[in-house]
Write a protein that binds this ligand. Structure first.
Ligand code: NAD
Ligand code: GLY
Length: 364
């Protein structure tokens, strides 16, 4: 097992990464009261809920709530169901919520924990690649609003994060690819050497080779922990973690949450960010080809849905959380391994990217 620390003063916490961690009883020392509510969904419960509960139910009152599965259920109705369960089981302010699932369950559980009795503890047990490398670390929690993704939420850090890489063996292939979009993101924004590692091992990673996966998850969490420690509330550098996300969130909102996976939308969004970075003269065409190649090798979409017109993108991007005083701000690449946030691009160049369709990144 390997351990990392997210260094946030009195809100610091460990991330445990390794095989078979679900059964190791790592969570109990991070539960301060006598009550636990495990929040999971109907897909994950039959696979892992009993194993997790069996490590806790001799010491704690362990209750559970099993939510419907899907991004379309990441809403305030489900948060209310969590509150109903907490109240009907008489959970007090010392309770701990445990999120057993992917990013949807993690984001909702964290948000419910942030609100219940003005804030209780929670633990992240992420079960998808995406949630293991990104959403379980850093304390962003929340739900979607019909007018915008993740628009209702709170910063609330977990007590610990337990990453059992064995659970990825049951993950559908599409979800593995979606998670890889966020792994590739870390290489592109922060660490070219890590991108080279991913390029060298992408076949093994997609084949779930455990030593390679553990290393990729470890390095991704390490980068995320470094960024979050510098900028917990996204006043600056943390925004770089959103490479491809402004375009991607627009795709998700247009298609209806749950149609395109978040990571798939980030994949196409990353190509759009690469295309714009190249049009603006930051990265070269061969850099764009390199980005296309790694996204393609990870089975990710390389362009947005054909049905999405440029005007639709502009409408949806206008509600992005990075918009300030009405101007769209985007994460772009200055070079491979270095990202920046800017609103310094002309509307016409942005429109070229939005209109590029299948020719994204392939211009004369
Ligand atoms: P998800 O939570 O919907 O999980 C994907 C699917 O895989 C679901 O059907 C789930 O039931 C299933 N699943 C999960 N683990 C499994 C396993 N081990 N075996 C079999 N099936 C399993 O999707 P996700 O990609 O994990 O998370 C996406 C969400 O994360 C989005 O809502 C996004 O906004 C959010 N997110 C949050 C942050 C953050 O910082 N908080 C960062 C990135 C993404
Ligand atoms: N996934 C972006 C962040 O945590 O800031």
């Amino acid at each position: 097992m390997r351990t990392l620390k997210v260094d946030l003063g009195e809100r610091s916490y460990p991330i445990f990464i390794g095989q078979g961690l679900l059964d190791k009883g790592l969570m109990a020392p991070y539960i301060s009261g006598k009550q636990v509510l495990v929040v999971t969904n109907e897909t994950i419960a039959p696979l892992y809920l009993d194993r997790l509960k069996s490590t806790l139910d001799k010491q704690f009152q362990v209750d559970e709530i099993i939510l419907p599965d899907g991004e379309q259920y990441k809403n305030l109705d489900q948060i209310n169901s969590i509150f109903d369960s907490l109240l009907s089981n008489r959970h007090n302010r010392t309770t701990t919520l445990i999120a057993l699932g992917g990013g949807v369950i993690g984001d909702m559980t964290g948000f419910a924990a942030a609100c219940y009795q003005r804030g209780v503890d929670f633990i992240q047990v992420p079960t998808t690649v995406l949630s293991q490398v990104d959403s379980s670390v850093g304390g962003k929690t929340g739900v979607n609003h019909p007018q915008g993704k993740n628009m209702i939420g709170a910063f609330h850090q977990p007590q610990c994060v337990v990453i059992d890489t064995d659970v990825l063996n049951t993950l559908p292939e599409k979800e593995l690819a979606a998670g890889m979009a966020e792994v590739i993101k870390y290489g592109l924004i922060y660490d070219e050497a890590f991108l080279c590692y991913l390029e060298d091992h992408i076949d093994g990673l997609m084949g779930l080779q455990s030593d390679l996966l553990e290393q990729a998850i470890y390095r991704s969490c390490e980068i995320k922990a470094e960024v979050v420690a510098q900028d917990e509330r996204e006043g600056g550098i943390r925004a770089l973690l959103n490479l491809g996300h402004t375009f991607g969130h627009a795709i998700e909102a247009d298609q209806g949450y749950g149609e395109w996976l978040h990571g798939e939308a980030v994949g196409a969004g990353t190509m759009m960010a690469a295309d714009l970075s190249c049009r603006l003269g930051y990265i070269s065409k061969s850099d764009v080809e390199r980005i296309r190649a790694i996204l393609e090798a990870a089975d990710l979409p390389l362009y947005p849905p054909e049905s999405m017109a440029a005007d639709r993108f502009i409408d949806l991007m206008a509600v992005d959380k990075k918009v300030i005083d009405g101007s769209i701000r985007l994460v772009l690449l200055r070079e491979i391994g270095k990202a920046f946030v800017t609103s310094d691009f002309s509307a016409s160049t942005l429109m070229e990217t939005l209109n590029a369709g299948k020719n994204l990144g392939r211009f004369a």
